[in-house]
Design a protein around this ligand. Structure first.
Ligand code: FAD
Length: 374
């Protein structure tokens, strides 16, 4: 497969060095863009490949399965979903061709805020219409890839919470030109973190955005952002599946070759059974990932499947990470084996982009009809 051969040019050592330097995999991302992988979802009329979310998810899976981390680039795929579904013809004509040519990156989406947390409808960042501009004030946290993106999708309140009939109303999404914003009212403060993930606090002080950068109708932004969030959950499920296979391949190879007590450690059922169990769970999660992607691509409701795919895949990859580390004994802790790096990377997906409890809560309420818990 072509993506696999591109990834093969970036061996473990490359990603290990980027991680050690807390750097960004520039050369890898450039190669992905040059080969057209990050414009996979852009329709052919705008210069992309016109593929769906299922195909995009395979690209992300392969990156993780080869030892890399799609966290450096996955924003472009899920933001694309939001722009394609909800952007105007003018916005698509303006942004999609340069994105497809690799001249612009749309890698960031700014939703989370320090005081609102998971309770998105309580966001305090406001965008107030003044003539042909919106003026943005507020703060965001954990906003990824801002320093490696040209465009960002921003969620802000355009009508105060107290004035809307439903709390999910009155929010809007905008395309923000990151470089212009950084010199005109948006400041960026990087957050050092456990994973080598470029993520930031953002502060908005009277940032002006042209009104034409509003995506869709004012006040309906929460609904639009859900398209992006469902795409994001499905893509991250695929990344976790890629991680899961990587851990299982490493664990089973090591268990077969490592000899202790004069036999391969993998001959012990206490070592081989957990690896087999992880394989079963990754395979099962994979089915739900393809179900979610197929529904998304058919424009059908896919919130339940996207959430469940993300839950199953993140759980399977985290279990595989633990088993892989355990199988390697002390060597699992050595950076040169890459397991500790991938272990940290896959742990993130228990929390972001949606934490496990929120998925349980969604399923309990929306699929099982139980009372809303918050
Ligand atoms: C590395 C990284 C990158 C990120 N990138 C982005 C990004 O690019 N853009 C963006 O917008 N956001 C981003 N995020 C934010 C991420 O989506 C949030 O961290 C995540 O949604 C959880 O929100 P929170 O951290 O505010 O946790 P909180 O909402 O404070 O929750 C903390 C814990 O309490 C639990 N909890 C809270 N309320 C309940 C309840 N009612 N019932 C049961 N349990 C509950 C949660 O499940 C969680 O475990 C990123 C986060 C990280 C760590």
């Amino acid at each position: 497969m072509a993506i696999r051969s591109l990834c093969a040019a970036f061996p473990d050592e490359y990603f290990r060095n980027v991680d050690a330097k807390r750097g960004y995999p520039e050369e890898f991302v450039d190669a992905l863009i040059k080969a057209g992988w990050l414009s996979a979802m852009i329709p052919e009329e705008y210069g992309g490949s016109g593929l769906g979310l299922g195909a995009a998810s395979v690209i992300m899976e392969e990156i993780n399965r080869c030892g890399g981390n799609s966290g450096a680039v996955h924003g472009q795929m899920y933001n694309m979903g939001t722009l394609l579904r909800n952007g105007s013809a003018e916005q698509k004509a303006r942004y999609l061709p340069p994105i497809a040519r690799g001249e612009l990156r749309i890698q960031s989406m700014a939703v989370t805020e320090p005081t609102a947390g998971t309770d998105t409808t309580k966001i305090k960042t406001t965008a107030t219409r003044r003539g042909d501009r919106y003026v943005v004030n507020g703060q965001k946290v954990w906003i990824s890839r801002v320093q490696h993106s040209d465009l960002m999708i921003l969620l802000a309140r355009t009508t105060p919470l107290a004035e809307v009939a439903k709390k999910s109303e009155g929010m809007s999404i905008f395309i923000v030109d990151v470089k212009e914003a950084m010199s005109g009212g948006m400041s960026v403060r990087p957050i050092p973190n456990m994973v080598n993930h470029e993520t930031n606090e953002l502060f908005f002080d009277n940032l002006e955005i042209p009104a034409e950068n509003l995506i869709g109708e004012e006040g309906r932004g929460f609904r639009y952002i859900l398209d992006g969030l469902n795409a994001e959950r499905t893509l991250i499920a695929a990344e976790c599946i890629g991680d899961g296979y990587w851990f299982i391949e490493r664990a089973s190879a090591y268990a077969t070759e490592r000899r202790v007590f004069d036999r391969p450690i993998g001959q012990n059922q206490g070592v081989q059974f957990p690896i087999a169990e992880c394989y079963i769970e990754v395979e099962a999660a994979n089915l739900m990932r393809f179900k979610a992607a197929a529904l998304f691509d058919a424009n059908a409701p896919c919130g339940a499947e996207a959430n469940m795919a993300k839950y199953l895949a993140a759980k399977a990859s985290w279990e595989a990470a633990n088993v892989c580390l355990q199988t390697h004994g002390g060597f699992g802790f050595a950076c040169e084996y890459d397991i500790e790096r991938k272990f940290r990377e896959t742990r993130l997906y228990q929390v972001a982009p949606i934490s496990t409890n929120m998925i349980f809560s969604y399923v309990a309420e929306h699929l099982l009809g139980m009372p809303r818990s918050f």
